[in-house]
Design a protein around this ligand. Sequence first.
Ligand code: F0G
Length: 361
Amino acid sequence: MSSYTPVPLPRVEGAAYTGTHVPLIERYLERLPFEVGDKLVSLQEGSTPLLRAPVISEMVGASVRLKLEGANPTGSFKDRGMTCAVSAAVRDGAKAVICASTGNTAASAAAYAARAGITCAVIVPEGKIAQGKMAQTLVHGARVISLQGNFDQALELVRELTDSHPIVLVNSVNNYRVEGQKTAAFEIDEALEGGVEALCIPVGNAGNITSYWRGFQEVGASPRMLGFQAAGAAPLVEGHQVERPETVASAIRIGNPVRWEDAIAAARDSRGAIRAVSDDEILAAFRLLASREGMFCEPASAASVAGLLKYGPEGAEQVVCVLTGRGLKDPETAIAHNDGRIITCPAELPAIEEAVLGDGP
Ligand code: F0G
């Protein structure tokens, strides 16, 4: 007979979830614009791992951790904001949500709308969203509008549309998105007991850097906010809109961020900065993360590590890099840019021996 007795998991009375993974609105209810008893739309998001990165730590001479936001239900940090935005929309009686997106917001909105039983439409730049994200959005049943234009145009159009139709906009202009996403800062602050000194984060539409800074301020923390844009899509670095943003990191291919002022304020008030990293630097960090740290993120996420490697930790000893999305989101880019090899082999033992043990081509 086994003497093993499982440790009982904490349970909140009446909760719709099981296990230790408390949905973030319930975990941080006091700090979010929801009340006890509100009906919530949740996929058990948040509470993501904070993983040590020994190789990168050694390279930069600081203790570096990775906030694994790809561990959220749809594979990106967007779920933190989306549980709040969709819960609030449903509470207010909405029947439909819409967003412009480079892919992840679309996938997240589609999933939460499906969960809530409401309609979702997404407007994405034609040919510029990664395949995993498109697959998610379609399978969740959203209406996908492929715009013959870029993300900035999509966002402008969707804002005009929602001005005159009763559809809730769930881009990060929606304050519930920022409220939900700030909880990642709470988690980091708790895990490092207030010790985080620098946060490295990719910047696209600038909702996430805004959210983290709000979250840190609410708990009295003030790490330097080090934001990184792709060099071909770096309006906040250049100080003007970029008409035709281009980067391999399609998630952050944005030329006119909606949270422009907030992002600048976060960098300034935290004594941080927003800087640019090239596509080559992004891809080098992307490969390093995968091949040396065992962490497969999407290219945009690797911008945080690329920036840390390029500019250094600025005197910070405790650094967190936010890995915003999972690598499986963008298989095309991963297959096009890696150091791995595929060896084609006939089905015979000597050939297999040579393929497995030999020096290779
Ligand atoms: N990383 C990933 C993987 C993203 O999908 C995004 C944004 C960012 C970073 C940048 O965050 O916009 O708050 O500064 N993706 C949006 C989308 C634009 O539509 O999915 P941000």
